[in-house]
Design a protein around this ligand. Structure first.
Ligand code: ADP
Length: 307
């Protein structure tokens, strides 16, 4: 009988410009590790060293496990050990990585053999603990890996293998992020949009999908243009315009906010000077008196069982 299982799930970037709540990409920058262990005492306990909630209802992994226990009527208690590597609250899908790893681990622990869409659906329920609402872009990328498109009603995740030479530079500014950052930045988005900006976003979003299908990093990067969400959110990231301008000048094909920010992500390919792009982004944040950590990364595979 399996008593314990460990799963690692990757960080991810959501939206990729025009694909708000629809596009996600798993990135190999960081991996959260979740260990689930069956216990004799009922209920869910969270063991975590980092500054994340240990109340299961407020923790994305805790909520996923609670929802799965309820749905599958399992009898054991569960201890969730969280080794957090994805920095929380920076738009790198930290809350989603924990949720994704928890769903995959629970599935394995009880040999449920759930299909991919159901795994993503359960992982998505965890996002309620951090963002206040369910959204699937980050969890889908974290569970399945690669580039994902979230098709809804009913939930159906479409996955495309990214080009092997696609590279990203992520700049994570040292900025104090508000506790309910995703909720706050979601409220900044306009409720009504013009037909012109919707047409432009649709055109770019479609081109991104073609870029992934044709394995063309340049088409992907050059289509990362967002007329709707980025203009409404960029003021929340000091130095954003300079970071973007510098990265584009240094050879990035496209630059946008990673998820709800404040990390900024530049898209390029392996033959480009990625160090130059990361230095340019650092300088951009320096113009706003902010330090940042830059990570050169590539697409990742999805959640993986370690033991
Ligand atoms: P991210 O882009 O990192 O997912 P969010 O703002 O959506 O950013 O989520 C981070 C928030 O979610 C933090 O306030 C954090 O305390 C909370 N949270 C709850 N559970 C977790 C978890 N397991 N991992 C990371 N953050 C979590």
């Amino acid at each position: 009988m399996t008593l314990t299982i460990t799963v690692a799930a990757p960080s991810s970037t959501a939206n990729l410009g025009p694909g708000f709540d629809v596009f996600g990409l798993a990135v190999n920058a960081f991996y959260d590790e979740i260990t689930l262990t069956k216990t004799k005492t009922k209920g869910v306990i969270i063991v975590a060293e980092d500054d994340i909630p240990t109340n299961p209802d407020k923790n994305t992994a805790g909520l996923v496990v609670k929802n799965m226990i309820k749905k599958f009527k399992t009898k054991d208690g569960i201890e969730i050990k969280i080794k957090k590597n994805v920095p929380a609250g920076y738009g790198m899908g930290s809350s989603a990585a924990s949720a994704a790893a928890a769903a995959v681990a629970f599935d394995k622990l009880y040999k449920l053999k759930l299909d991919e869409n159901l795994l993503v659906e359960f992982a998505g329920t965890g996002e309620k603990a951090s963002a206040g609402s369910i959204h699937y872009d980050n969890v889908a990328a974290s569970v399945l890996g690669g580039f994902v498109i979230v098709k809804t009603d009913p939930l159906d995740i479409i996955k495309i293998d990214p080009p092997s030479n696609l590279r990203m530079v992520i700049a994570v500014p040292r900025l104090k992020v508000p506790k309910r950052k995703t909720k706050v930045s979601r409220s900044a988005i306009p409720k009504k949009i013009s037909l012109t900006s919707s047409t432009k976003n649709l055109s770019n979003a479609t081109a991104i999908v073609v870029g992934f299908m044709n394995k063309d990093p340049e088409l992907i990067g050059k289509s990362i243009k967002d007329m709707i969400v980025e203009p409404a959110r960029k003021h929340m990231i000091p130095g954003f315009s300079k970071v973007k301008e510098n990265a584009l000048k240094a050879g990035a094909y496209g630059v946008t906010i990673s998820g709800a920010g404040p990390s900024v992500i530049a898209f390029s390919k392996s033959s480009q000077d990625l160090k130059k792009i990361s230095q340019a982004m650092t300088k951009g944040f320096e113009s706003a008196k902010l330090e940042c950590q830059t990570i050169i990364c590539k697409p990742s595979i999805g959640a993986k069982i370690k033991t």
